[in-house]
Design a protein around this ligand. Structure first.
Ligand code: ZN
Length: 331
């Protein structure tokens, strides 16, 4: 099969290769990959900032396709089923899994497909059958769910958004942000999308459900907010933490712009602010986001689709200031 792989980290080392088509073992399925998402996580895997195995490594932690072959003992999905992949490996019986937090699995460490296994930047990929969710959604749209939508769902869930609360979404045009806007709205929030590129992105963010689109300066004037969903990292910490009101909740799910922040404990306790971490999402919640897409309650915002041969171009486009929504690879 054709795959994009690297032996030494570095974007320049990611090459189109002829690799052996994997075979599904017991409890696994072989998926013919139709679309794979391009995320900062994938970029970091290729760049070596996130250590991947095995080597040579095929990245791609977010993908959808069609079941080509089911291994022994597989139930639930069968050959020909269109599926989208929940990308966290989980055991299903540790304490975290039993309470639903499959991405926190104590046995697998919540390892991510495409990082601790070969990923979806290939014509075929093998995944545990319990990670494959059958869907009747457009696979191009479904391929945006495993990282973008699920991370956003988990952020919104952990923020405990109540109807009528003021919710700010920082990095609103990103893969996670554009879904965070939609989920905050679905949960009844009054949603403010924060973007430096306001003039360019206002109409698209309003079509995603934002009640208003604000520049960072305008966000300061519109404060206080009940909730800030900020998947971007420390660069926006002062803004995000600073605009929270009494009992406010800040939720982080990434450190793209930096990982360390200065926290004023007096403001934290004085305002009874909660600082909340979120990573990935639960297996059960993945079914929820898939069903919401199928029902048309959320939508995928696609920026561009590249053939596998242009995988490097696709990864580079991630950093384009013009990008709104998802870059996909179509193996
Ligand atoms: Zn587990």
């Amino acid at each position: 099969m054709r795959a994009a792989a690297f032996s030494t980290p570095g974007l320049e080392n990611l090459k189109l290769v002829e690799a052996e088509t994997p075979r599904p073992g017991p409890g696994e399925v072989l998926i013919r990959v139709k679309y794979a998402g391009v995320n900062p996580l994938d970029y970091n895997v290729v760049a070596g900032a996130v250590k991947a195995s095995p080597m040579p490594h095929i990245p791609g932690s977010e993908f959808a396709g069609v079941v080509e072959e089911a291994g022994p003992g597989v139930t639930g999905v069968s050959r020909g089923d269109p599926v989208v992949v929940y990308n966290r490996l989980y055991c299903g019986h540790c304490r975290q899994c039993l309470t639903g937090w499959t991405q926190m699995c104590e046995v697998t460490g919540g390892g991510i497909i495409g990082i601790v296994t070969q990923g979806g930047y290939a014509e075929y990929a093998v995944v545990p059958a319990k990670n494959a969710v059958a869907t009747r959604a457009d696979l191009k749209e479904a391929a945006t769910l495993p990282i973008g939508a699920l991370t956003a769902w988990n952020m919104a869930y952990r923020a405990s958004i109540s109807p009528g609360e003021k919710v700010a979404v920082v990095g609103a045009t990103g893969n996670v942000g554009i879904y965070a806007v939609q989920f905050a709205k679905l949960l009844g929030g009054e949603v403010y999308a924060i973007s430096r590129r306001k003039a360019k992105v206002e109409s698209i963010l309003k079509s995603a459900g934002a009640d208003a689109v604000l520049t960072p300066d305008e966000a300061k004037s519109a404060a206080p907010f009940d909730v800030v969903l900020d998947p971007t990292g420390s660069a926006s910490w002062d803004l995000s933490f600073g605009v929270l009101g009494r009992g406010g909740r800040y939720v982080t799910a990434g450190a793209l712009t930096g990982a360390e922040v200065r926290l004023d404990l007096r403001r934290l306790y004085g305002m009874q602010i909660l600082v909340i971490g979120a990573t990935g999402g639960r297996r059960a919640d993945f079914n929820t986001v898939v069903r919401l897409l199928e029902a048309g309650r959320i939508k995928a915002f696609l920026h561009n689709v590249y053939p596998l041969a242009d995988v490097r171009k696709a990864l580079e486009e991630l950093r384009s200031p013009e990008r709104v929504g998802k870059v996909l690879i179509a193996p």
